[in-house]
Design a protein around this ligand. Structure first.
Ligand SMILES: [Zn+2]
Ligand SMILES: [Zn+2]
Length: 108
């Protein structure tokens, strides 16, 4: 994960906002309707805007996506071949090397 975002993604404010966005979007991907697992920032977080709640916590800047659509939005090409996965920074790695992302936090 990007180091600058760690504290933000662990903050109660983000947890609350993330839960709200998923509920608002009925738990579904807003692009394809599959179960949504990622709350994506339309304006990507950066060290300069992460402390600005009008971007980092603005519901208009947040949308629920499934993993495939999230990868597409970030310019990747899903689905990945069997045995491959994206790591937190969007690099392709062998799935076996990845910790399971049980709580599906969004780190981009
Ligand atoms: Zn989708
Ligand atoms: Zn994203």
């Amino acid at each position: 994960m990007r180091a600058f975002a760690k504290a933000f993604y662990e903050s109660p404010a983000w947890r609350k906002t993330r839960a709200y966005i998923i509920k608002r979007d009925f738990g579904l991907c807003t692009r394809c309707g599959a179960p949504g697992v990622i709350v994506h920032h339309k304006i990507e977080l950066s060290p300069s805007n992460i402390d600005d709640p009008s971007i980092s916590l603005n519901e208009d800047n947040l949308t629920t996506l499934c993993r495939n659509c999230h990868a597409i939005v970030h310019g990747h090409t899903p689905p990945l071949a069997e045995g491959l996965a994206f790591d937190r920074d969007g690099n392709v790695v062998e799935a076996a090397l990845m910790p399971r992302l049980e709580d599906d936090d969004e780190f981009s």
